[in-house]
Design a protein. Structure first.
Length: 358
């Protein structure tokens, strides 16, 4: 018997999305970003499903080592880079590439005694102002890396977009211009395009695209859906009705009793709550898919349960499935109702939710 609640992950959808992004950026290699436990879809399972990717992008060394331990031999890139000098030898031993974005990392590299050079991606801050060397620092930093025997050549280059998920914002074009002016004569590969860059800014595709959320069938742009780009949602978050109750007009439900029924109805209690990662602040009207239709959340989401208004004529029964998001109910729409982004919903599920590959 399948557990509830559970996140059903479609390997077929993941493969489709990877292939679709290759169609969108046919001249680019794909660095599939699988950080944050594969955006909540399961790190190792996602990497195994997307074995055709040219490499995988991760945030932390621990994630990269988990893939190596799981038998993944593909190119791995640490997008946040290494944090300690002792990590450099681990990178060499496990053939893991690293982003370089600050002076401390440069100093650690120069002082390191390594069995082999490390492949590095020099990160330039072209406008995100979070990580990376400023344009004014670029020439000096590049020259230092070129002079280091600890660094594999050619040096690879990258930057990160601040506003690519706003297709009309000129910031992205400005960032591309700055990057091109700085790096035009550099021989190494480069990457600029995240999911939004891949879908909306074709001039940013370059040698590598590095999609994250799009690989999972989700659009990075508010008001858009992944399906509009030929992507398929890879996650179906599903639970079940554990109670179906007749409910009188004027009666409340849930903590605080702030919601009261306007007319006689039937309420369903779904076995999922903020203890599973479903947001407590989901407002009245947030949709749930039950037996082929959308029904609204009513009352306050609690730790283990939430309540939906099934309607006066409901014939739903205890044990029926309730889909919190999936192909029938895109996670982008749920996020819009809640006032957050789909990234947060799929990555914040807790270990109480079973992840099941389909």
């Amino acid at each position: 018997m399948k557990p509830f609640p559970r996140a059903e992950i479609s390997c077929e959808a993941l493969k489709n999305n990877l292939a679709r992004l290759r169609q969108i950026a046919p001249e680019s290699k794909v660095m599939a970003v699988v950080k944050a436990n594969g955006y909540g879809h399961g790190l190792l399972n996602v990497a195994q499903c997307m074995e055709d990717a040219d490499g995988f992008g991760l945030a932390r060394l621990e994630e990269a080592l988990a893939l190596r331990d799981g038998g993944i031999n593909a190119k791995l890139i640490l997008l946040e880079g290494f944090f300690r000098s002792v990590d450099l030898q681990t990178l060499v031993e496990h053939n893991i590439e690293t982003v370089i974005h600050n002076e401390v990392q440069l100093d650690m590299l120069e002082k390191a005694e390594l069995a082999a050079p490390v492949a590095v991606w020099l990160k330039v801050d072209t406008g995100m102002h979070r990580l990376g060397f400023t344009p004014e620092q670029f020439d000096e930093v590049y020259a230092r890396l070129e002079a280091m025997p600890q660094v594999a050549k050619p040096i690879k280059l990258m930057s990160h977009f601040a506003c690519a998920d706003e297709p009309d914002n000129p910031c992205t074009s400005k960032q591309m211009t700055i990057f091109k002016q700085l790096t035009n004569n550099s021989p190494g590969d480069y990457t600029l395009a995240n999911s939004a860059g891949t879908l909306y800014w074709p001039k940013s595709h370059g040698d590598w695209i590095r999609p994250g959320i799009a690989l999972y069938g989700v659009s990075p742009v508010i008001g858009d859906l992944g399906v509009n780009h030929g992507l398929i949602p890879a996650m179906k978050l599903v639970s079940q009705l554990i109670a179906v109750r007749d409910h009188k007009a004027g009666e409340p439900v849930g903590y605080g009793s702030f919601w009261k029924a306007k007319s006689d109805t039937v309420l369903g209690v779904v076995a999922i709550g903020y203890g599973d990662g479903y947001p407590r602040n989901a407002p009245e009207g947030t949709p749930v898919w039950v037996n082929g239709r959308l029904v609204p959340i009513v009352g306050r989401v609690s730790m283990d349960m939430l309540t939906v208004d099934l309607g006066f004529d409901s014939v739903d029964a205890i044990g029926d499935e309730a889909v919190l998001w999936g192909r029938a109910l895109p996670v982008e729409l749920v996020a819009e109702h809640i006032g957050t982004i789909a990234y947060e919903l799929v990555t914040k599920l807790t270990p109480r939710v079973a992840v099941c590959m389909e």
